[in-house]
Write a protein that binds this ligand. Sequence first.
Ligand SMILES: Cc1cc2nc3c(=O)[nH]c(=O)nc-3n(C[C@H](O)[C@H](O)[C@H](O)COP(=O)(O)OP(=O)(O)OC[C@H]3O[C@@H](n4cnc5c(N)ncnc54)[C@H](O)[C@@H]3O)c2cc1C
Length: 489
Amino acid sequence: MSIIPNSTQILVIGGGPAGSTAATLLAREGFDVTLLERDVFPRYHIGESLLPSALEIFDLLGVREKVEAQGFQRKPGAYLEWGKEKWSLNFGELTGDHTYSFQVRRAEFDHLLLEHSKSQGVKVFEGTEIRQISFDGDRPCSAIWSQSNGDKGEISFKYLIDASGRAGIMSTRYLKNRHQHNVFQNMAIWGYWKNVKRLPGQEGAIAVGSIPEGWLWGIPLDEETMSIGVVIHKTAYKERRTKKLEEIYADAIAQCPLIQDMIAPGELVSDVKVEQDYSYTSDYFCGSGYFMSGDAACFLDPLLSSGVHLATYSALLAAASITSILRGEVNEEQAANFYDKSYRQAYLRFLVFVSAFYDQNRGKDSYFWEAQKLSRHDFSGADLKLAFLNLVSGVEDLVDVQEALPDLVVGEMSKRIKENHNLRQDKQVLKDKSTDAAIQNNAQFFNAVEGFFSLTAAGAIDGVYVVTKPRLGLAHTSPVRELEPSGLA
Ligand SMILES: Cc1cc2nc3c(=O)[nH]c(=O)nc-3n(C[C@H](O)[C@H](O)[C@H](O)COP(=O)(O)OP(=O)(O)OC[C@H]3O[C@@H](n4cnc5c(N)ncnc54)[C@H](O)[C@@H]3O)c2cc1C
């Protein structure tokens, strides 16, 4: 095994989808990238249902063929029994090359992406945990790592991508800038089933069913195996604490005719797992010399399966930003403003949408309108469902970032988030006895998600967007003023 270098141009912490994507993109641009991952892959991870935006990311990584060859379950769309309505979403109705996605075993999927990083020149070291980061002022400059055999060392770097997932080493240990959403403090309980019924005519689709206290997923991983999960608020979970986990799980399934019917002929073949899936965000996603990508920056309730999309999307933004800084095409401040704003916009859009969805009685036409309001394109002459599909497939984010960012969308999101904020708070106040703490938590969370709106006044981000051809980077819509050399390349 090769030795971990003492220095590297770019250090990536974590080899999940965010870390491997950022590392591969940077290595393909010719930079010296080292990735340190705590676990040894393949390792288990939840988060199995991907969005069609993944296809574009796979192409950029040069990994599409490998993913296609792995034989993951193709995902043609989704089937929902939500509130009083039943409806199907078919990604085939999308235009371009985003007409399907995959349901993946994350152990295999993450391993494949990380092996691909190695093949593209990233120096990957597994079983290597970052224990401590050192700073030069507020700029991270080196990190201490350790391995289970007792080996230890230090690596210095010019740029850091923190892709350490929910551990979020930069945000939780050093910046202390993470805030939780009070309402989306959910618990997820799930297990794996064999021989269940698949959705007729939509075999690979994700099935989503609502129950009064939350919702359930059914994700087919192959012809035999299905991941069946339940998401409920932590207060509902706590109220049932005297029951066994398996009972809470079974009770929730029994409340959802869609999933109950699917599992009826099948059997549970795994332990029942439980994990907090509290939504959170950070006041800022990047700073001097560092970018936080994927769950390390923010996390959103998995209702719309947005996690891997946001992870790989933010990795693309971080890689494009660092590439252009190192080539002297933008300065650090421009790149940081751009990164924070564009990642926050993508996160916010899903947040607003998930909030709307939790209001189960609004009906699908209302969700389609919500999607139109959050979209830059006018779908009113066509089928509004397309606005919805574009948004929940992640395609809207990819298009946005390759053009100048639209203030219209940002303005609309600001409005919607305030509405949803009030709505969520009111509901929580009624339900939750510890109202002071609840309100304070939510206020902090929303202050943090709204942080970027103040940046628009400075106008510093305007006119910068991502280009992927002929090479990755940030481009300006108007002529560039002379840049100060960063001296860091
Ligand atoms: C219940 C639930 C269901 C979900 N369902 C979906 C879904 O259907 N679809 C979807 O897209 N998303 C889903 N998600 C979200 C998804 O799991 C995450 O958003 C996604 O894994 C984020 O990727 P990441 O690369 O940021 O982090 P991760 O995949 O968590 O990777 C982070 C990596 O960093 C490593 N690491 C951590 N600390 C250190 C350290 N100090 N040193 C070195 N390495 C370190 C970890 O070992 C890990 O491998 C779900 C999440 C939950 C909780």
